[in-house]
Design a binder for this molecule. Structure first.
Ligand code: 97T
Length: 227
């Protein structure tokens, strides 16, 4: 999988080069490129935004800069992902779908967002017939300073689903038993007693059938309490 991420703060996305993802890149499973949006400007001040038509607070990112940036990497199999609080909610199911794509382009907007004509342009029939799709995605109901952290969340959730990225693939098949990944039983390790609290007897019994039943019921109780 090829990933291209565009931002005016390339340093914010530096963690994508680390640890798990760094290893996945070494193995050649994913290839992540981080691009400075300012390198696609054409004026002396490297302007990326301007005041909104119709008035209002803040600045809007220029369509010309985003057009040049996206065109520089666009392929016939690209998915363009625009991070925005007004987007489609990002879920495990969405992560699974993106994990099977070949080229993801992340557009990290700052300020009040990106001129909407960028979305309209790449959603036109010309691009649709080439197999190019635009996705406006939100990672949750809160407001961030920009799309960078949301991009990191998405890249981590997506790439760990790709074959060879996770160290322990059995944790993936266990996850797939529950539909979105949030039904999880409570876990315990050594010691068997900690601050007067015992590990549940059943987990020490060696009865794998009963343990599985107990974990299932605990997972459902926890989901009811928390969700
Ligand atoms: O709040 C944001 C600002 C810019 C880009 C994305 C976001 C966001 O994404 N998910 C939640 C908020």
């Amino acid at each position: 999988m090829k990933i291209d991420a565009f931002t005016i703060f390339p340093d914010y996305l530096a963690p994508l080069k680390l640890s798990l993802l760094g290893k996945a890149q070494e193995k050649g499973i994913v290839d992540i490129s981080i691009h400075d949006l300012r390198s696609f400007t054409s004026d002396n001040h490297n302007t990326v935004d301007d005041t909104p038509y119709g008035g209002g607070a803040g600045m809007v990112m220029l369509p010309e800069v985003w057009g040049k940036a996206i065109d520089s990497v666009l392929r016939d199999d690209s998915d363009i992902i625009v991070l925005t609080p007004a987007g489609v909610p990002f879920t495990q199911r969405v992560a699974e779908e993106f994990s099977q794509r070949s080229h993801l382009i992340f557009a990290c907007g700052r300020y009040e967002g990106i001129d909407d004509r960028v979305r309209q342009h790449y959603e036109s029939d010309e691009y649709k017939t080439r197999g190019i799709r635009v996705h406006e995605i939100s990672i949750g109901d809160y407001v961030l300073g920009g799309g960078e952290v949301a991009t990191m969340v998405m890249v981590e959730a997506i790439t760990r689903l790709m074959p060879g990225v996770l160290g322990n693939p059995s944790s993936l098949s266990e996850e797939s038993h529950n539909d979105e990944g949030w039904v999880e039983y409570p876990n315990f390790t050594k010691p068997a007693q900690w601050r007067g609290i015992s590990v549940p007897e059943i987990l020490l019994s060696g009865n794998h059938g009963e343990i599985a039943k107990w974990r299932e019921s605990q997972a459902i109780l926890r989901a009811k309490k928390n969700r």
